[in-house]
Design a protein around this ligand. Structure first.
Ligand SMILES: [Zn+2]
Length: 116
């Protein structure tokens, strides 16, 4: 198949990998699908959104508010709630002040405890 060959050319493992996903969970093997989903969970958990993204999104929300585009604003708020202003963030467990925001969650970078 031309399509598959062009897509998988040079990566002999790729066809097998994609096949495992295409047949999951009824395929013969699931190790790669399992480990991929675990890796994606790990990335999602560790990912801290760059501040510039937050800045532009908040600017976009301001614009929608000014233009009365409340349907779009509500959808954006549901997906990306604005950070609630709070005092200087401090970890209740260790008193650490290196706090990362992960979506609505906060995580202490010093002891790893999470809340929110
Ligand atoms: Zn802590």
């Amino acid at each position: 198949m031309y399509h598959q060959r062009s897509f998988c050319g040079g990566q002999p493992w790729l066809a097998e990998y994609l096949h495992e996903f295409a047949t999951f969970p009824k395929g013969k093997f699931d190790d790669q699908a399992d480990s991929t989903s675990q890796a994606l969970d790990w990335v999602k958990e560790k990912y801290v959104e760059p501040g510039i993204f937050v800045y532009y999104r908040e600017e976009h929300k301001k614009l929608l508010r000014q233009q009365g585009r409340f349907d779009e604003l509500r959808k954006l708020e549901e997906r990306y709630p604005s950070a609630t202003p709070m005092g200087p963030a401090k970890c209740a467990k260790c008193g650490g002040t290196l706090i990362a925001k992960i979506g609505p969650q906060s995580r202490c970078q010093q002891c790893g405890s999470q809340w929110g």
